[in-house]
Design a protein. Structure first.
Ligand SMILES: Nc1ncnc2c1ncn2[C@@H]1O[C@H](COP(=O)(O)OP(=O)(O)OP(=O)(O)O)[C@@H](O)[C@H]1O
Ligand SMILES: [Mg+2]
Length: 256
């Protein structure tokens, strides 16, 4: 596996009302081609910011972020992003939404690609429908098809299933793994759901509360078919939760 992404000594701060807040603190992470990396951490620790830096939507203050040998300075078609909300345009059919990023291609070529990816996410029947006619899970599937249609090497997913019910979420997690094995994308995902992280990830990056630092990178050695109820699964869950409880215990108000 080749090196896909290099994140080296990355710092990021924002200025809010004249005050500087440190959001990311010395982030170092190398991601291999085809790897599935999941980021977990407290709300506000900078997970979305890190994903946006990788997407080229935010700029790091210091350090290097590179895809292959190319430093990332702006968004590019080889990095697709999926957000918590589907962000489909309500006035366009699902098919047109999926074709949105396919610039400079002939109409037939666009159609071929949107058909291909709508089939992959099991939405072929709904290509002429409008977003309002789809359920939450279906809309998120359409957003996945749209991101995949440009055939990005890296797929960035920011809590893509956060708003879905538990069963739809499980279904989409399984579909995402199938898509990954068919398309071979490198996946970098943010989630609040620890079970989701363990089910999907090759490696889980545990971040500390703001300013976000990497506390641990956990290699998930559970093989391809993962039993959510298994004892090995529970072992990883405890390990990750312990990091959060440890941080909580250090807060003064927690020990009153
Ligand atoms: N454009 C911005 N301007 C100012 N502050 C920002 C901006 N974007 C993010 N922040 C701040 O940076 C911090 C990290 O935000 P970020 O969205 O990366 O957190 P997160 O880990 O994704 O949180 P959550 O889990 O709640 O989504 C927060 O304190 C937020 O207020
Ligand atoms: Mg976020």
């Amino acid at each position: 596996m080749g090196q896909e992404l290099t994140i080296k000594n990355v710092n990021k701060s924002f200025e809010v009302n004249g005050e500087k807040i440190n959001v990311l603190n010395d982030i170092n992470l190398d991601i291999k081609e085809g790897e599935f990396v999941v980021l977990v951490g407290h709300s506000g620790c900078g997970k979305s910011t890190l994903l946006k830096i990788i997407a080229g939507l935010e700029k790091n203050d210091t350090g290097l972020v590179a895809a292959g040998r190319q430093e990332i300075t702006e968004p590019a078609a080889d990095r697709g992003m999926i957000f918590q909300e589907h962000r489909l345009f309500p006035w366009m059919s699902i098919e047109r939404n999926v074709q949105l990023g396919l610039k400079g291609l002939a109409r037939e070529e666009k159609k071929k690609l949107s058909d291909q990816y709508l089939e992959l996410v099991k939405l072929s029947e709904f290509k002429k429908a409008y977003p309002r006619q789809l359920s939450g899970g279906m809309s998120q599937r359409a957003a996945i098809a749209r991101a995949l249609a440009t055939q990005p090497k890296i797929l960035l997913l920011d809590e893509p299933f956060g708003a879905l019910d538990a069963l739809t979420k499980i279904e989409l997690q399984e579909e995402l793994l199938k898509i990954r094995s068919r398309c071979g994308n490198t996946m970098i995902m943010v989630t609040h759901d620890i079970e989701e992280a363990i089910f999907l990830a090759d490696r889980i990056v545990v971040m500390s509360a703001r300013p976000g630092r990497i506390r641990d990178v956990i290699q998930v050695e559970l093989g391809k078919y993962r039993d959510r109820g298994g004892s090995d699964f529970a072992h990883y869950k405890k390990k990750i939760l312990d990091y959060f409880f440890e941080e909580k215990a250090a807060e003064p108000e927690y020990n009153i």
